[in-house]
Design a protein around this ligand. Structure first.
Ligand SMILES: Nc1ncnc2c1ncn2[C@@H]1O[C@H](COP(=O)(O)OP(=O)(O)OP(=O)(O)O)[C@@H](O)[C@H]1O
Length: 626
């Protein structure tokens, strides 16, 4: 066969169902497509007016109107934009995937700002057939002497076109809703879909129900209300940050996210080069737990809503925030909610991350007090962000705060320099202020400090920080603190060894635990009889095992590394040392009680241990009166 060249042909009968059914992910998107076509039509005619190619004679009243008629089962999209001549209908409507928007941009590419035109692919109009059995177009071009055109198609590949009777400039698209469009006979659905996609579109969008019962006042007079657009044609994020007041930001937050809690602070993104990006990111007040943190980042392209929380553009941890981002440079797919794989998406995401880190640094440096006030709310976000994105962590590392047991906020650097000479590269922490109060007391008595890390994210976070920083280690207050609590003056001798042996035997017997580890120390304080000490590593291992045990692992298999430190100075312990009563009821009771009391400050008792503890405590109380 000889070499041939040619162009591929498409069978409209086969391609049309694909466009109608599968091109767009959400059925309600037809509303966005038709309203944005109306907006594009207005932008075009206004632009031609500025070029002197159309004469609008100072007209300013531009709009897109959506009118539902439940009785007639129609939904109309009316605009007073550029309109179409019959040639244009043939070119742009009858030819699938031929975009008048692209055509317009190419014709006028040297003039003006290309970004305001929404259409691109020449397919959006056909999304109407996802809900309509028939679509009519009535249009009149802005051109002088233009004739109105009427076009109609029932979703097959045939259309009808004739002279129309439209008298005013613009286009009216009528959707005859079929079975699949049943939902859009509902006023609320139409209204909320317009609000969802078109809230920030650049021309007023009105919604009306043609066959609605008129509203009447008490006297029965018909009340005519001034129509109000459903959108905000000049959203705050498009304005210059220096012209926006705090109240404007708060109001925009309330109206956009329907959240009446005030945001903590916000970042106004305003970038023109190397890509165009505008938006506002809000840090919401989070007084709920981490599990329920849920932000919302609305992504727009040229004031047209694309989708919420698009992970490709918005780094995952930023999805805990609330905000709007408008980026006309996004490489969108036809269906718009999908992005094309493109390097610029990564750049956009990096830019947003950097802006957030910059804002936090600026707050830390110039408004430390405010920053501390916000810290409890923003800390899960900053920690989650650090875990998810090393670059972000590097930028915020030095401004991560820790709340101390004295209710102060400190960075690791400040903490360590405050305890210079006492602690080296070691941070004490508390996970439960109440349970660990005994240890907190010790820390305070030793003029030390500890930070509170009581959030679910903290254990993962500190391991991450330790991996990032050489030498730094976090130690829970009940870990290796023997050195701290020991009375350094007391000298350990041979006698201690024997006493430890004796006590060990008493406790093992009383608790019926052969694996028990006991240490005898002279503690600084003589009001604590015993304490449980567990090395940080063993405890973390235990915590991890516990997590796994939820998935069915046997906890009994984990060896216990806890050591019971007994205080030689405490009268109960010296009683046990000095009276050889091993195995007696009294010795057993003291040993069990000392052990349980030490355990309670370390972790929660098991239900059985708790009931024995209560029972025994009552027994002991009875001795007071016997
Ligand atoms: N309301 C309207 N007024 C004037 N022209 C319109 C109107 N609706 C559609 N058109 C013309 O029909 C063309 C095709 O519209 P369609 O919605 O299919 O694609 P598009 O808007 O160009 O691109 P996209 O598929 O990205 O939305 C438009 O580019 C425009 O020229």
């Amino acid at each position: 066969m000889s070499k041939q060249k040619g162009s591929l042909s498409i069978h409209s009968e086969n391609i049309f169902p694909i466009i109608k059914k599968w091109l767009y992910s959400d059925q309600d998107i037809f509303i966005r497509e038709l309203v944005s076509n109306g907006c594009d039509a207005i932008t075009k005619v206004k632009r031609l007016d500025t070029f002197g190619e159309a004469d609008l004679s100072g007209e300013t009243n531009f709009y897109v109107k959506v009118v539902l008629d439940k009785t007639a089962r129609t939904l109309k999209f009316i605009d007073n934009g550029i309109g179409m001549t019959d040639d244009e209908v043939k070119k742009y409507i009858n030819q699938i995937a031929f975009s008048g928007a692209e055509d317009f941009l190419n014709t006028y590419k040297d003039k003006g700002d290309k970004d305001q035109i929404i259409g691109h692919f020449g397919l959006g109009f056909y999304s109407a057939f996802m809900v309509a059995d028939r679509v009519d177009i009535d249009t009149l071009s802005f051109k002088k002497e233009a004739e109105a055109v009427k076009w109609s198609c029932d979703g097959g590949t045939e259309f009808e076109m004739e002279k129309g009777d439209k008298l005013d400039r613009g286009t009216e698209i009528t959707l005859h809703l079929g079975e699949e469009g049943e939902d859009f006979l509902n006023e609320y659905t139409v209204r909320s879909t317009i609000e969802k996609y078109c809230s920030f579109m650049p021309y007023p969008i009105f919604f009306d129900v043609a066959d609605k019962e008129p509203e009447k006042d008490k006297e029965g007079n018909i009340v005519v209300e001034e129509p109000k657009p459903l959108n905000d044609i000049e959203p705050l994020y498009l304005k210059q940050p220096n012209s926006c007041k705090d109240e404007d930001y708060k109001e925009f937050y309330r109206s956009t996210f329907k959240d009446f809690k005030e945001p903590l602070f916000w970042i106004h993104l305003n970038m023109d080069y190397p890509f165009n990006l505008k938006g506002i990111l809000y840090f919401p007040k989070l007084n709920t737990g981490f599990d329920t943190l849920e932000g919302q980042i609305k992504l727009y392209n040229n004031q047209v809503f694309i989708a919420n929380n698009i992970k490709e553009v918005i780094p995952e941890f930023l999805l805990l925030l609330k905000g709007v981002i408008d980026c006309p440079d996004l490489p969108l797919n036809v269906s718009r909610s999908f992005l094309q794989n493109d390097g610029s998406v990564r750049k956009i995401s990096d830019y947003i991350t950097k802006k957030v880190a910059d804002k936090l640094n600026q707050l830390f440096k110039s408004e430390r007090q405010q920053y501390e006030k916000f810290w409890d709310d923003i800390s899960p976000f900053v920690k989650f962000g650090s875990l998810k994105d090393e670059k972000f962590y590097k930028k915020v590392d030095s401004i991560i705060l820790y709340k101390t047991i004295n209710n102060k906020y400190t960075t690791v650097e400040e903490y360590l320099s405050g305890l210079e000479g006492k602690l080296e590269n070691q941070v004490y922490y508390v996970t439960d202020k109440i349970q660990q109060s005994q240890y907190i007391k010790l820390i305070k008595e030793n003029n030390l400090d500890a930070v509170i890390l009581d959030h679910h994210i903290d254990s993962a976070f500190i391991s991450y920080v330790e991996a990032q920083k050489d030498n730094l280690s976090f130690k829970r207050v009940d870990s290796d603190i023997a050195e701290l609590i020991k009375d350094k003056e007391a000298i350990e001798g041979e006698e201690d060894k024997n006493q430890t042996e004796g006590l060990l035997s008493i406790f093992k017997k009383a608790l019926n635990r052969e694996d028990l580890k006991v240490k005898l120390e002279s503690l600084k304080s003589d009001d604590v009889a015993g304490m449980i000490i567990l090395s940080e590593n063993s405890r973390r291992m235990q915590d991890m095992m516990k997590m796994y045990s939820m998935n069915g692992m046997d906890m009994g298999a984990i060896p216990s590394e806890e050591t019971l430190v007994l205080n030689k100075k405490h009268p109960l312990i010296s009683y046990l040392i000095n009276n050889n009563e091993e195995g007696s009821d009294k010795a057993n009771m003291i040993a069990q009680q000392v052990y349980d009391l030490a355990m309670i400050s370390h972790r929660t008792l098991s239900p059985d241990d708790m009931s024995s503890f209560i029972k025994r405590s009552n027994e002991i109380m009875k001795h007071l009166i016997s």
